[in-house]
Write a protein that binds this ligand. Structure first.
Ligand code: PHE
Length: 468
């Protein structure tokens, strides 16, 4: 019964594609490129890579080892390390549930835009005759419409997750992830034919980017932004890789995957920048960040390209949907796996379908305030804490990416590195004669480098929140 509800990956490729599918998402497509441009361009890239290597690779390996060794989802996995560590698992389960609450809304926006460009392509009126800013403002100000597209997204993802690991998640990713990379390449190649596209490269890869974005370089801020972005982008510190690890074949080389997945994620992030900025600059746009970049700026960019813009726009938003769905299904999987495992442990087994249904409903409820908040236009954004952070999406993000994820990462390193000792995870990584790629590197990082870097990030976040 347990096996039937839990499921397993059918092989290496399915696992890697699903882990990359989880990692590559909206964070790569819009978060990374604009944060890079606004925080120093090339220097930011270097800082980001330091975090990817010394925190991303390490935590990725650790989470997969915890998952496979215990064979459980985060709460039970951490509890089997010691009952007092159960709360670390809880941090990791709550995070994906909260993130799904806004992530599903953002994918819903992309569904609306895909539909819009499809209509324009066949000669219809996809955006009510409005330009980027006006349409986005009008659309987000109608919570019922936004909610409708969110429901479509959640229902679609719920069905995939209900299909199980090899029958649903893997199947989607085997098509979706190669498709995503192909679409990225098509758009990048097209971009390079545009006049003025080289400004996009200047923006991304030189320190001139700061002036173009109208920002100044601040080392501490760049570190904080890079670290949060890295955790979010690699899907770390929230139990995803613990859960995926629990479905992983024992023959699989964990340490190798721990290098490959962040590398693929970082490559996708840089490619996303190449798919966005040359076009933005070629059409005389400005590199404004956040949701505005992904929807308002790009909408205007595609529209100004004439009829080919409708095709490129359509392809681009299909790409966003692929990337978003493959990430959202991993978030929903963690939540559902927790529900399946915890009921199993209580001796009240629940079917995968029912577990997914319950979790989808919980996520739906969490997405309602996000829709009603209208990206800062609603009453919720006036609440004292929320208004200090930004809007409600920023608040969900602040608690997860800013606090819970780094905290979970630090605690996992300390528990495994200091309490359990390196043999605990090395034994798992070396199963079936696998060699650990960077054994000494993992040892030193888990004990010292990763927790120190992550603590530094948490402290700089607290200081920046307090305005120091
Ligand atoms: N990593 C995904 C992205 O970059 C988002 C995500 C976050 C997915 C957390 C799963 C878990 O968009």
């Amino acid at each position: 019964m347990e096996e039937k509800n839990r499921g397993n990956f059918s092989g290496s490729l399915g696992f890697i594609l699903s882990a990359v599918g989880s990692a590559v998402g909206l964070g790569n497509l819009w978060g990374f490129p604009y944060k890079m441009g606004a925080n120093g361009g090339f220097p930011f890239l270097i800082i980001y890579l330091v975090f990817v290597i010394f925190c991303g690779v390490v935590v990725m390996g650790l989470e997969m080892a915890i998952g496979r060794k215990t064979g459980k989802s985060p709460v039970l996995a951490m509890a089997s390390l010691g009952s007092k560590y159960k709360f670390v698992g809880w941090l990791s389960v709550l995070c994906p549930i909260i993130i799904s609450g806004f992530y599903s809304v953002l994918i819903g926006y992309s569904v609306r835009y895909t539909w819009g460009f499809l209509l324009e392509m066949v000669g219809g009126n996809g955006f009510d005759g409005m330009g980027g800013g006006d349409f986005f403002g009008a659309y987000t100000a109608e919570p019922m419409q936004v909610l409708l597209f969110t429901v479509i997204t959640l229902a679609f993802c719920g069905l995939i997750v209900a299909g199980g690991i090899s029958g649903g998640i893997e199947k989607f990713n085997k098509v979706g992830i190669p498709g995503l990379f192909v679409l990225l390449i098509v758009i990048i190649v097209y971009n390079f034919t545009l006049p003025g596209a080289s400004q996009g490269l200047t923006y991304m890869f030189t320190s001139k980017g700061m002036a173009m974005a109208g920002t100044e370089f601040n080392f501490f801020n760049a570190c904080r932004v890079a670290a949060g972005q890295m955790l979010f982008s690699c899907s770390l510190g929230m139990g995803i890789m613990i859960t995926f690890g629990s479905y992983m074949d024992p023959k699989e080389n964990i340490s190798k995957n721990a290098w490959v997945i962040p590398a693929a994620d970082t490559t996708a992030a840089i490619m996303a920048g190449l798919a966005i900025f040359p076009a933005v600059f070629a059409q005389g746009g400005t590199p404004n960040g956040g949701v505005g970049l992904l929807f308002i700026t790009l909408h205007d960019t595609f529209t100004s390209m004439g009829s080919i813009g409708n095709v490129i726009g359509f392809l681009f938003y299909v790409l966003v949907i692929f990337a978003g769905v493959s990430s959202l299904i991993s978030l929903m999987e963690v939540a559902s796996a927790h529900f399946i495992d915890s009921n199993e442990a209580k001796g009240k087994p629940v079917s995968r379908k029912n577990a997914v249904l319950v979790m989808t409903l919980i996520i739906f409820v969490l997405s309602i305030p996000i829709c009603l908040d209208m990206l800062g236009g609603g009453a919720t954004s006036q609440l004292p804490l929320v208004s200090k952070i930004g809007c409600l999406v920023d608040t969900y993000d602040f608690f997860t990416e800013g606090i819970m994820m780094p905290l979970a990462a630090i605690l996992m390193c300390l528990i495994v590195g200091w309490v359990k000792g390196p043999q605990w995870y090395e034994e798992e990584m070396e199963k079936h004669g696998n060699k650990i790629v960077g054994k000494a590197f993992f040892r030193i990082s888990i004990k010292y480098i990763t927790p120190i870097l992550m603590t530094f990030v948490l402290i700089s976040l607290a200081l920046s929140y307090l305005g120091i």
